[in-house]
Design a protein around this ligand. Structure first.
Ligand SMILES: NC(=O)c1ccc[n+]([C@@H]2O[C@H](COP(=O)([O-])OP(=O)(O)OC[C@H]3O[C@@H](n4cnc5c(N)ncnc54)[C@H](OP(=O)(O)O)[C@@H]3O)[C@@H](O)[C@H]2O)c1
Length: 199
């Protein structure tokens, strides 16, 4: 398949790219500051540029997104807006603008995160937008068939424990390589409207 991976230089994204290439797929990498195509998916111009450069694909995979973490008593309206625009709305608009560029039986795979179902301190904005992404995936799947759409929802990454370990007490971490297997399941498998939880 020809697959575009947004966030390809990140911890998750690099593992996704490596696994997809090892399985024989052609991968087009996207990021704001690196990749085959430089595009910011949180802006309309960025999405226009992305699709002009990428063209037609069989699958879209997104491993991008930024969310502020702070105590719920400190999170501002601007923080919630930022989380929405840079993680949830960016991915929703990636799907919305990508529908005409994905094969009729192609797929979208978005990224959410464990805190939608298992909250942590300082994670209210992340919980809110991850839940929104998963709800969007369930809803969009109903209408875009036979194209498919799923979300991958990782626990804290093993590779990120140096920064996040204290925020995820007792959570089982997941290796980026295993998160990448979730993307492969979504892309090569048959499911739609699902959130693939890892672990
Ligand atoms: N790390 C964890 O433990 C963990 C756990 C659960 C869920 N997640 C979620 O998984 C996703 C990836 O996490 P990560 O740790 O792999 O992040 P990361 O290492 O910071 O990588 C993020 C990647 O996305 C790109 N990117 C960010 N915003 C973008 C935008 N608006 N348009 C295009 N590219 C963009 C970045 O490159 P440029 O800066 O060049 O654009 C980078 O390649 C995030 O949504 C995060 O919330 C992470």
């Amino acid at each position: 398949m020809r697959i575009v991976v947004v966030g390809a230089s990140g911890t998750v994204g690099q593992a996704v790219v490596d696994l997809l290439r090892s399985r024989g797929h052609e991968v087009v990498t996207v990021g704001r500051s690196s990749g085959d195509v430089r595009a910011d998916i949180s802006t309309a111009d960025g999405l226009t540029h992305l699709w002009e450069q990428v063209g037609e694909v069989d699958a879209v995979a997104c491993a991008a997104g930024e969310v502020p973490f702070a105590p719920v008593t400190d999170l501002t309206s601007a923080d919630y807006s930022s989380a929405w625009e840079k993680k949830a709305l960016a991915q929703i608009n990636l799907v919305r603008t990508g529908l005409d560029h994905v094969a009729p039986t192609g797929s979208f795979t978005l990224i959410s995160g464990i805190v939608s179902r298992d909250p942590i301190r300082t994670g209210a904005a992340a919980s809110a937008v991850n839940g929104a992404i998963e709800a969007f995936v369930r809803a969009a799947a109903v209408e875009i068939a036979p194209r498919r759409i799923n979300a991958v929802s990782p626990s804290v990454l093993t590779e990120s424990l140096d920064v996040f370990d204290a925020f995820f007490p007792g959570f089982p971490p997941v290796d980026a390589a295993d998160v990448a297997r979730g993307f492969v399941k979504a892309i090569e498998g048959a499911g739609t409207g699902r959130t693939i939880e890892l672990p």
